[in-house]
Design a protein around this ligand. Structure first.
Ligand SMILES: [Zn+2]
Ligand SMILES: [Zn+2]
Length: 337
């Protein structure tokens, strides 16, 4: 009987990212490589300069919009659920539920199945397809919120708090800081779903990503630009990048209620640090209970942890009777989450 291959013999964590040896491709590399599989369009995953890129059609559209049509030598679109063979490795992309176009990478080689999650969440999100669980031998998980203290509120509760504040403060503008790709569009979609049909005003930096979502079929309603407003928008909702919360830009609004939509708003000091009056715990990453239950559901015997707080989750994986390993890949950021 031949000894089964170790995962390390065909999947190698390198400084530039996870490398699939027989397929000769990297996943979300942070340096230019000949062949890259990209899980989603956030800037710490989708970087310019690769020779060839394989990704979902939505992720390719996002990359070409943000980084330019020539940001890679060539693009190959792979629809969610479709299979392609790369150097003897069967590769599929499955929905990750993180943002529009986001995917997990399923790799099958020599009788073993490995799944690289990319960023993911398990909760419903009107702007993206829900996470699809795939049983596997090796699961490579993100750990952005990999501490037990991180338990995100239901988004309906957070949207309810926001709308209650809007109704109670008709003489003030509600200014919400939100990451401009993914989070902003989800927030708008959640507001629409909650019945909010008024225009939602945008900082200019939000415009191109919202237009892109609309072009890709996500209807977000009326989204005028603040720069086109006549007055100072009392009683209205305005979205801006988190960095604009504190700058002079917000002075054009009426006594704004500063809000910030982020998983980090669970940490009071963070809200304080950003001068946030109304913290909204809305996250596009799995919280601790979702990380632990997802790991259990994959039935993986081995779990590699990347992209965040790795130690606590690796310890938890050991308690679950599985082999855990912290990858400590470099180059990932907090994404303004
Ligand atoms: Zn992301
Ligand atoms: Zn990320």
């Amino acid at each position: 009987m031949p000894k089964p291959l170790t995962f390390e013999s065909w999947l190698q964590p390198e400084a530039s990212g996870l490398f699939c040896l027989p397929g000769k491709f990297h996943i979300d590399p942070h340096r230019p490589v000949p062949r890259a599989v990209i899980t989603h369009g956030h800037s710490d995953h989708a970087r310019p300069g690769h020779g060839a890129v394989l990704a979902t059609p939505e992720t390719i559209a996002i990359m070409q919009t943000r980084l330019g049509p020539e940001c890679a030598g060539s693009f190959q679109a792979l629809a969610l659920g479709e299979r392609v063979g790369i150097g003897g490795v069967a590769v599929r992309l499955l929905p990750a539920g993180h943002m529009l176009g986001s995917a997990q990478v399923v790799m099958e080689y020599a009788g073993a199945r490995a799944v690289a999650s990319g960023d993911y969440k398990r909760r419903a999100d009107p702007t993206t397809r829900p996470f699809e669980l795939e049983r596997c031998h090796l699961f490579i998980t993100e750990a952005t919120f990999g501490l037990p203290v991180f338990q995100h509120e239901p988004d309906t509760r957070e949207i309810g708090r926001l709308l209650a504040s809007v109704h109670a403060n008709t003489d003030r503008t509600h200014l919400i800081g939100a990451y401009s790709l993914g989070k902003a569009q989800r927030l708008i979609a959640l507001l629409r779903r909650a019945g909010y049909s008024r225009p939602i005003w945008l900082h200019g930096a939000m415009r191109s990503t919202c237009e892109l979502y609309a072009r890709l079929g996500v209807d977000l309603g009326d989204l005028p630009l603040v720069s086109n407003a006549d007055g100072k928008l009392p009683g209205e909702i305005v979205l801006c990048p988190p960095s604009a919360l504190k700058d002079r830009w917000s002075r054009r609004l009426t006594d704004p209620v500063m809000a910030f939509a982020s998983g980090w708003m669970r940490v009071r000091a963070r809200a304080h640090q950003h001068g946030v009056e109304l913290p909204l715990v809305v996250s596009d990453h799995a919280d601790w209970p979702e990380l632990v239950s997802t790991i259990a559901e994959t039935e993986a015997e081995e779990v590699w942890v990347t992209h965040g707080r790795e130690d606590a989750l690796v310890h938890q994986i050991g308690l679950m009777g599985k082999r855990g390993r912290a990858l400590a890949l470099v180059g990932f950021e907090e994404e303004g989450e």
